[in-house]
Design a protein around this ligand. Structure first.
Ligand SMILES: CC(C)(COP(=O)(O)OP(=O)(O)OC[C@H]1O[C@@H](n2cnc3c(N)ncnc32)[C@H](O)[C@@H]1OP(=O)(O)O)[C@@H](O)C(=O)NCCC(=O)NCCS
Length: 205
């Protein structure tokens, strides 16, 4: 008897478009000198250097652990994991470049093709915040998710106390749909998360 998960998939599973074929996001301009590009293994040193320059910003609301065990190899393994999701058609992680400098990343963390939804995450180095760059990057990602991948729903989960992330969600037109008490364990304590959602028909280009 075939006991693999594939054998119990409903026959009605929607046909998922291939992320690799839908490649418009692999290099996309989002403004003067600003570009989104697929994060690749060859970017590991740059990715690590970006995180090390701005450890506090990157680990304040995201569970990155930048202790002595975190090395370029750890950054490389993170990127490999994200690329594996891309190959498996279940996610995509993009770098945000200002000229040739990597200044942040964002992506679809998990695409649920059955229900046509995905959740997104994003980070920007502190010295590039406050200039609407994350807004532009997220808008491009939403256009890709709704327009090209034909997803029906996008989600974001942000700590209630992460004011910049919550402001970004609202600026993008997300609706706060839920308050998840003590849903994230970070820096030795629980934090409440806000669930933000947007459906395709509410997406304004
Ligand atoms: C969340 C994060 C990406 C938001 O970055 P951000 O710089 O606040 O967002 P944007 O790049 O869109 O910039 C918005 C700012 O540009 C300003 N702005 C200027 N022109 C603008 C325009 N045309 N449109 C929108 N905003 C504009 C806004 O007023 C806002 O400034 P303010 O914060 O002083 O009010 C950033 O804080 C971050 O990386 N944090 C650490 C990682 C993190 O928390 N990730 C999320 C985990 S859930």
């Amino acid at each position: 008897m075939d006991t693999s998960w594939s054998s119990v998939r409903p026959a009605t599973l929607p046909q998922a478009p291939s992320l690799r074929v839908r490649s418009n996001m692999l290099a996309k301009s989002i403004g003067p000198d600003l570009e989104l590009r697929l994060l690749e293994v060859r970017h590991a040193e740059q990715f690590f250097a970006m995180q090390m320059r701005d450890k506090e910003n990157f680990s304040k609301w995201i569970p990155w652990k930048f202790d002595e065990s975190y090395t370029v190899e750890s950054a490389r393994n993170f990127i490999k994991g994200e690329l594996q999701k891309f190959v498996n058609n279940s996610g995509i992680e993009l770098g945000i470049w200002h000229k040739e400098q990597l200044i942040g990343d964002l992506g679809l963390n998990f695409i649920d093709w059955q229900n046509k939804r995905a959740d997104m995450g994003f980070s920007l180095t502190a010295d590039f915040q406050g200039r609407a760059i994350a807004t532009a990057a997220c808008r491009a990602l939403l256009a890709y998710a709704f327009g090209e991948l034909k997803l029906n729903r996008m989600e974001m989960r942000c700590s209630k106390d992460n004011e910049r992330a919550c402001a970004l969600a609202r600026r993008l037109g997300f609706t706060q749909e839920g308050h998840c008490s003590e849903a994230q364990w970070l820096h030795g304590r629980f934090w409440d998360l806000l669930l933000f959602g947007m459906i395709a028909e509410d997406w304004q280009q």
